[in-house]
Design a protein around this ligand. Structure first.
Ligand SMILES: NC(=O)c1ccc[n+]([C@@H]2O[C@H](COP(=O)([O-])OP(=O)(O)OC[C@H]3O[C@@H](n4cnc5c(N)ncnc54)[C@H](OP(=O)(O)O)[C@@H]3O)[C@@H](O)[C@H]2O)c1
Length: 330
């Protein structure tokens, strides 16, 4: 094992912000029980923010971003993990206050690590990453709330994004009639290939006006977009339906009323991937390796990037121009 290894390091001083590949030593890594040789990481919206000067994600500099990683255990003080184990580590403080996945090696507390389920490769795990886990958790919560394919159509907002693409593909795999909302006219074929039954524009979800109650269109919705879109979606959900909200791409303020909740029994389900309890997390990764796993996870939904290509690729996601998922080979 060489003394030095490569990592993407972001640094911020009074006058300068930099994103560069540097050589780190093992002493640079934070405390943790398990040393992992990272095989793959991925790109999420949060990683875009962590790599930009005004992202307000990183707590102190210099820092290694990357909220997701998958790799092989090199050494472990945690009896649950042995040298050679294939593992996934996402969320918690990874890539926020604890050095993350954009590094050839990562040292991670054992409590944050999920064994790679059988039926999933390390690369597929990162094609999912936090975005895929969030989509899966959204679907699980909607189904726990009673959603089934026979109840009606299910809307996915931000459908070409990371969470959106995987939600479309997983819902289609489970037999739902999926309505995909997108701002990207050129990507309709992509969404049909993922399994979307209908494609609508963002304006058909929210056209600048929000009614307290509107025509009931959807039995459920996966919404990573938030803002006015969420308020508009809530007004169009069928009686007893639900919306799983995970994101704020369109903003954090939601100008809604109580009427969808008190007159139609609509439920708003909050989705948090970061501190999702470990038991739920492990079970869901197992489902993502089995009944939720869509075809085309590597071929259709994800593209590849190298550590060297990261600075350019990270900027795409902040501009809302990224499509699907990026797997980063480390
Ligand atoms: N709660 C959690 O645990 C959790 C986990 C992961 C992500 N998130 C959050 O979920 C959100 C989406 O993450 P992501 O990884 O899917 O990001 P993403 O890949 O950038 O996807 C977001 C999508 O939203 C649409 N969009 C972009 N700008 C928009 C705008 N101004 N108005 C309406 N729609 C817009 C675009 O899709 P179209 O062009 O197809 O419309 C875009 O591809 C982010 O806010 C992220 O922080 C939360």
């Amino acid at each position: 094992m060489s003394e030095l290894f490569k990592a993407l390091v972001v640094d911020k001083t009074d006058n300068n912000f930099s994103v560069t590949i540097k050589n780190l030593s093992f002493d640079d890594l934070p405390a943790g029980d398990v040393l992992i040789r990272t095989a793959y990481s991925s790109i999420n919206y949060k990683d875009g923010l962590a790599s930009s000067p005004d992202g307000k994600i990183v707590r102190s500099y210099p820092f290694v971003p990357g909220i997701d990683l998958a790799g092989v255990v090199v050494s472990s003080q945690d009896p649950r993990f042995q040298e050679g184990d294939e593992v996934i580590a996402t969320s918690y403080e990874i890539g926020v206050s604890h050095y993350g996945g954009y590094s050839e090696y990562a040292r991670i507390p054992g409590d944050w690590i999920v064994p790679l389920p059988s039926g999933l490769s390390l690369k597929e795990a990162m094609a999912y990453g936090t975005a895929g886990f969030t989509a899966a958790l959204s679907i699980q919560r909607l189904e726990e709330n009673g959603l089934t394919p026979d109840l009606g159509k299910v809307l996915v907002t931000g459908a070409t994004g990371g969470v959106g693409s995987l939600a479309v593909a997983m819902l289609a795999k489970r037999g739902y009639h999926v309505v995909a909302s997108t701002g990207k006219e050129a990507e309709h074929d992509y969404l049909h290939n993922l399994g979307a039954t209908e494609i609508i524009s963002r304006e058909e979800v929210y056209n600048g006006k929000i009614r307290a109650l509107d025509k009931q269109l959807w039995a459920g919705a996966v919404d990573p977009v938030g803002g006015e879109y969420l308020a508009s979606v809530l007004s169009k959900i069928q009686y007893n339906g639900a919306v799983a909200v995970s994101g704020l791409t369109a903003g954090g303020n939601v100008p809604t009323t109580v009427f969808p909740f008190i007159l139609r029994g609509v439920s708003l389900l909050g989705i948090d991937s970061v501190y999702c309890p470990m038991e739920v997390r492990k079970e869901l990764w197992n489902r993502m390796a089995a009944d939720l796993k869509p075809s085309g996870l590597l071929e259709t939904i994800s593209q590849e990037a190298t550590l060297e290509e990261l600075p350019e690729t990270l900027s795409l996601i902040l501009k809302g121009q990224a499509k699907g998922r990026f797997v980063v080979t480390i």
